[in-house]
Design a protein around this ligand. Structure first.
Ligand code: AMP
Length: 112
C-alpha cells in the first residue's frame, strides 16, 4: 500500500525520529505548527482513530505512555496538547493514524 507514514515506519522515507520501538514511532513534523511538534504513529497501518476498536486498546495505551515519556524528556510540564485529526472536515491529510504532540507556545482553544 502506498502510505507515507507506512514508508516512514519502514525506514524507506527519512524522518527526524525521536522514539521508536516495535509498535510505535515518533518523529518531528516536517511543517511544525509549534516549537514542539512531534507526530506519533503506530507501525501497523490504521487509517485513523475512526478505525480503532477495543482490540487496539493496548496499542493506543502504549502510544499515550510514549507521549507522557516524551513530555518529560522535552520538559513540557507547562502544558502540551495531543490531537488526532480524523477525516477531511478535521483536516486529516495523511490517512494513517497519528497523534500530534504540540507544545512550546500558548495553544488557543477552541482550535480553528
Ligand atoms: P494531519 O494533517 O493531521 O493528517 O497531519 C499530518 C501531518 O504530517 C502534518 O502536520 C504534516 O506537516 C506532516 N507531515 C507530512 N509529511 C511529513 C513527513 N514526510 N515527515 C514528517 N511529517 C510530515
Amino acid at each position: 500500500m502506498d502510505c507515507l507514514f507506512c514508508s516512514i515506519a519502514a525506514g524507506e522515507i527519512p524522518a527526524k525520529t525521536v522514539y521508536e520501538d516495535d509498535l510505535v514511532m515518533a518523529f518531528h513534523d516536517i511543517a511544525p505548527a509549534a516549537p514542539v511538534h512531534i507526530l506519533l504513529i503506530p507501525k501497523p497501518h490504521i487509517p485513523s482513530a475512526a478505525a480503532l476498536t477495543e482490540r487496539d486498546g493496548d496499542l493506543v495505551g502504549h502510544i499515550f505512555a510514549v507521549i507522557a515519556r516524551l513530555a518529560k524528556e522535552y520538559e513540557l510540564e507547562e502544558g502540551f496538547r495531543v490531537v488526532s485529526n480524523v477525516g477531511a472536515l478535521a483536516g486529516q491529510s495523511v490517512p494513517h493514524l497519528h497523534f500530534h504532540l504540540l507544545s512550546g507556545r500558548a495553544l488557543a482553544w477552541p482550535p480553528g
